[in-house]
Design a protein around this ligand. Structure first.
Ligand SMILES: O=P(O)(O)O[C@@H]1C[C@H](O)[C@@H](CO)O1
Ligand code: GUN
Length: 274
């Protein structure tokens, strides 16, 4: 159970370690941490130093908060995120979003590595998240609701902000970047899906599958933060291609598309921060 005292303690620690007031929060998914190198006047704060923060345990997740300037906008970047499959509960995984809200962040740009379910996708595509399907059977809002943090039953009908999505399509078009748009299905992991599970998720309307993002987005919407989500399709989901899935492939593909990913995110931050 996250308390306001824990949120305030973490936020106060971060304030003491930077003079920047961030406007946009970014979460960098597996293999996408390279964007952290683009932050100017960066202040690096390891997660283990921040009160009540978990620490990252997954390869491809650096495990530090970076606060600084990106394209003229003060940002707070999570270089490395937390996952349910690491053993954290959904409230713990999404605790950083509570802290971002306390620090005054209005926008969350969440990214992840995901498997492509939609067979028109291919590894290396970027997908704008238009909606999600929560197949984690977990919810970060379980338990007593603190009305100062948000309502008991938050609306999720525009979880992935339609205006921000229009902005993303405009920026991608200007950059000549192909940007798919689809539904992100979230599962617990850490095992990848069986081919039968991928067929099920396709039937349910999923275009991509991952193991994160949903707890963070639910808390962001509870807190009134506007959300934009981008999946890097790092592999085709199980059963589509005659090859096994691996985290190495996930990180290799993310590395191959990092230039396009960084350019798009910088363009988005420039527009969102304007
Ligand atoms: O943190 P994200 O969702 O980007 O990482 C994805 C999901 C798993 O953590 C990992 C599996 O390869 O990639
Ligand atoms: N669940 C899941 N997460 C991923 N992250 C990157 N690729 C995949 C995948 O195929 N399935």
């Amino acid at each position: 159970m996250t308390t306001r005292a824990q949120i305030s303690e973490a936020a106060q620690f971060i304030r003491e370690n930077t003079k920047v007031t961030p406007r946009i929060g970014l979460i960098l998914g597996s293999g996408l941490g390279i964007l952290a190198d683009e932050i100017e006047d960066a202040r690096h704060i390891p997660y283990q130093d921040i009160p009540h923060f978990p620490v990252s345990t997954v390869e491809g997740h650096a495990g530090e908060l970076i606060i600084g300037d990106l394209e003229g906008t003060p940002v707070l970047v999570m270089a490395g995120r937390f996952h349910l499959y690491e053993g954290h509960d959904a409230a713990k995984v999404s605790f950083p979003i509570r802290v971002m809200k306390e620090l005054g962040i209005d926008y969350l740009l969440v990214t992840n590595a995901a498997g492509g379910i939609n067979e028109s996708y291919e590894a290396g595509n970027l997908m704008l998240i238009k909606d999600h399907i929560n197949m984690m059977f977990r919810n970060p809002l379980i338990g007593p609701n603190d009305p100062d943090l948000g309502v008991r039953f938050p609306d999720m009908s525009n979880a992935y902000d339609v205006e921000l999505r229009e902005l993303a399509h405009r920026v991608a078009k200007e950059q000549g970047v192909q940007l798919k748009e689809g539904v992100y299905a979230a599962v617990l992991g850490p095992s990848y899906e069986t081919p039968a599970e991928i067929r099920m998720l396709r039937t349910l309307g999923g275009d991509a599958v991952g193991m994160s993002t949903v707890p963070e987005v639910i808390v962001a919407r509870h807190a009134g933060i506007r959300v934009l989500g981008i999946s890097c399709i790092t592999n085709m989901a199980a059963g589509i291609l005659p090859q096994p899935l691996s985290h190495d492939e996930v990180m290799e593909t993310a590395n191959q598309v990092k230039g396009m990913f960084i350019r798009l995110v910088k363009g988005l931050v420039r527009e969102m921060g304007a």
